[in-house]
Design a protein around this ligand. Structure first.
Ligand SMILES: C[S@@+](CC[C@H](N)C(=O)[O-])C[C@H]1O[C@@H](n2cnc3c(N)ncnc32)[C@H](O)[C@@H]1O
Length: 378
């Protein structure tokens, strides 16, 4: 997970006829934060994430013993070191940023420098001396696909994975669920406060310091609607905020997924409401990934990394909350038909633009008019 500047112009997607990636911009806007240990630490502190990868590797040593492993985006080097400890013959640990230096040091200090070779460079550019049996990577962004790092894993897989090789993780899913939540009220409050500040400039009978600011009111409102109301909200929800059944909006086999398939995700799902006298305040999105090995070479023990709402606190990915305004009253037995699309932003291929249309079907048979919203996953 990387912090990306809101709406910053960054690289465009290189795959499938899209304009080529501007690497300098991509380094300035995307890779920069990963170079810092404080940022790697945030991921190292996520115990749900760490436990899942650790269990996946050490409960399935047959995938690693005597094998050649590629770690895409090694960061601190942790997954590469585990792969070596699990018995890999050779591990190529590829990292774009200067954190590669720290990874090298950690590899040396943990006595696996004869097995792990840290290579600084982007996955797309580097050349390996041999094909690999396993690709391990922690590539997931908010709501799975933000950051578009899975493109680099696909590139690695298509260039370097031996036939019959195994992906870690092997499968991924995106989920969507209806929630009740006070988050929308807080957002509205912040929005009104910000709008009121502006209104002070405009309502002043005297011009503000001699300048009539009203000409910019419309632009200011549009900007603030985008950042306050139309951007998704990061949150670690409590499971009791869910008011209905979650549904899968995307499933991926990491061994066969293509960039085309993830550049645009579209789905239509029905979400049954299972609580009475509440409001559909928002939809929440999260993901899970699985470590199952492959059909030819399955895991002895399948491991799941789940970022769903969790009463024990969840993960650094949290969930993404997409506010529904207006938020209709709902009751048990109602259902919400959702038509969902998530497409890469034109300005920055690592951010996502979402279109969500929801239509409430009441248990009584009454159907409310469909409401369409545009939301930015930034
Ligand atoms: C989410 S972090 C994971 C770090 C480490 N593997 C871990 O699990 O703690 C992703 C890392 O991949 C690196 N990265 C992303 N895209 C890359 C690419 N195309 N080539 C090389 N490194 C990349 C980033 O700089 C970052 O350090």
């Amino acid at each position: 997970m990387a912090s990306l500047p809101n709406g910053a112009a960054a690289a465009s997607s290189a795959a499938g006829g899209a304009p080529p990636v501007d690497k300098e911009v991509d380094f300035a806007n995307y890779f920069c934060t990963y170079a810092y240990l404080y940022h790697q630490k945030e991921m190292l502190c996520d115990r749900v994430r760490m436990d899942a990868y650790h269990s996946a590797v050490f409960r399935n040593p047959h995938h690693f013993r005597g094998k050649v492993v590629l770690d895409v985006g090694t960061g601190s080097g942790i997954l590469a070191i585990w792969s070596a400890q699990a018995g890999a013959r050779k591990v190529y640990a590829v990292e774009a940023t200067n954190v590669a230096e720290h990874a090298r040091e950690l590899v040396r200090a943990n006595g696996v420098a004869d097995i792990v070779e840290v290579i600084q460079g982007t996955m797309e550019d580097i050349v390996l001396p041999e094909k690999v049996d396993v690709i391990i990577s922690e590539w997931m962004g908010y709501y799975l696909l933000r950051e578009s790092m899975f493109d680099s894993v696909i590139c690695a897989r298509d260039r370097w994975l031996n036939p019959g090789g195994v992906m870690y993780p092997s499968h991924a899913r995106m989920w969507l669920a209806p929630i009740r939540s006070g988050l929308g009220d807080k957002k509205m409050e912040d929005f009104e406060i910000a709008m009121n500040d502006w209104n002070h400039f405009v309502e002043d009978t005297q011009a503000y310091y001699g300048v009539n600011m009203n000409a910019l009111t419309k632009a200011y409102r549009a900007e603030h609607e985008k950042f306050y109301l139309k951007s998704s909200i990061w949150n670690n929800l409590h499971p009791n905020q869910l008011i209905g059944q979650p549904a899968v909006v995307k499933e991926m086999d990491c061994l066969t997924a293509t960039v085309e398939e993830i550049r645009e995700v579209r789905a239509q799902v029905t979400l049954p409401i299972n609580q009475d006298r509440t409001r559909l305040a928002a939809l929440a999105g999260w993901f899970d990934v699985h470590f199952r090995g492959s059909k030819q070479n399955p895991a002895v023990e399948e491991v799941e990394l789940n970022t769903a709402p969790d009463e024990n606190g969840g993960t650094h990915w949290g969930q993404q909350v997409f506010l529904m305004t207006p938020s209709p009253r709902v009751n048990e037995g109602d259902s919400v038909n959702v038509s969902f699309s998530m497409v890469r932003s034109k300005e920055n291929h690592r951010l996502m633009d979402m279109d969500i249309t929801y239509e409430l079907h009441e248990a009584s048979g009454r159907k409310l008019p469909a409401v369409a919203t545009k939301i930015f996953l930034e």
